[in-house]
Design a protein around this ligand. Sequence first.
Ligand code: ITT
Length: 196
Amino acid sequence: MKKLILATSNRHKIEEIKSILKDLPLEILTLTDFPNYPPLIEDGRTFEENSRKKAIIVHQHTKLLTLADDSGLEVFYLNGRPGVYSARYAGENTTDALNNEKLLREMRGVAPRRRRAQFRAVLTLLGDGVDETTEGVCLGKLAEEPRGTNGFGYDPIFIPDGYTQTYAELTLEEKNKISHRARALERMREKLARLV
Ligand code: ITT
């Protein structure tokens, strides 16, 4: 079976990606299968730069077909922040709860119509003669308070368009029907299917 390594150490991303690709005959590996991989430094200014960086480092190290995901939440009222800083918005070694708290604090008192935001994921598939980048976006708005316990990151404070629940109140399957990551992966599916 074709091997695909996910260039991420985020277990939630891994769970989502595995579930979305479950119908393809792929053996999905993760960085835990390569404990001595070099550090993945995310110092790019865009999701694209960081996604490519992660893919290149892991592909060079493993020589396997590699898929990287760089993603984040962009709040229009905040000119796109947290954006590429989503994982460490409240500082290095922070927690999801502290990131959510900081963002809600900055948005306190901001009217509902100004709470528009989008999640964005940029994927890079590298190896086997393929070098492909796809993007997926999910539009929505920020909640006033965190709600729900599923998922990770900013899921408890993001309400996707067409829903009253936050991402964190949806099941994995429901989130995977509409998420930024799922949309980016759907755009990658044909390329992947041709390789297996
Ligand atoms: P890797 O770099 O190892 O993949 P990471 O979590 O550091 O893991 P990113 O650098 O791409 O990944 O940062 C993405 C951050 O954006 C993530 O930590 C969350 O805070 C947020 N994020 C991305 N996708 C999300 C999602 O589906 N739901 C909630 N938050 C998400």
